[in-house]
Design a protein around this ligand. Structure first.
Ligand code: SF4
Length: 154
């Protein structure tokens, strides 16, 4: 059985500075996105003015004090980001396939005796790997979860 905790209530108690946000690159506008991939994920240039959910969500997370936001091109890249930032809380937007792979990877990483991070997952509304969609309000709400938030008590 998985030892990964998937609970908004537990996630809400983690300080934002110990959290990371993982977003899939497939949320970007594929034809016009000027971002470049590196080993750390998709890097967005400061002068990008595309209408883009990724930018919106990244800004919300960084304003809230999140440790990092990774725009990953797959589970391996997301796991690299987790290893680099060593978070206590992970908010991940993902399709089912990437999610399974990612959770397995997190579980293996935490088998060395270290405490596993708490993971909250928000599934994509559409898949297909290109220009996918997510419930943005749901992600923003999850980014902003705090211990006193009634939504975290359910
Ligand atoms: S903000 Fe969106 S469109 Fe702009 S570089 Fe980043 S992912 Fe691409």
């Amino acid at each position: 059985m998985s030892s990964i905790i998937k609970s908004e209530e537990v996630f809400a108690k983690v300080d934002p500075s110990q959290k990371i946000l993982l977003l899939p690159q497939c949320l970007r506008p594929s034809e016009t996105c000027p971002g470049k991939f590196t080993k750390q994920g998709l890097q967005c240039p400061d002068d990008c003015h595309e209408t883009c959910i990724i930018r919106q969500l990244r800004e919300v997370a960084l304003e809230q004090g999140y440790r990092a936001v990774c725009i990953a091109a797959g589970g391996a890249m997301a796991l690299r980001s987790i290893r680099t930032h060593n978070p206590k809380g992970i908010l991940a937007v993902a399709c089912e396939k990437e999610l399974e792979m990612g959770l397995e990877g997190v579980e293996k990483m935490s088998q060395g005796g270290e405490e596993a991070p708490v993971v909250v997952v928000i599934p994509l509304l559409t898949d297909g790997c290109v220009e996918t969609e997510v419930d943005v309000n749901r992600v923003v709400r999850a980014i902003n979860l705090r211990p006193s938030d009634p939504a975290a008590q359910t």
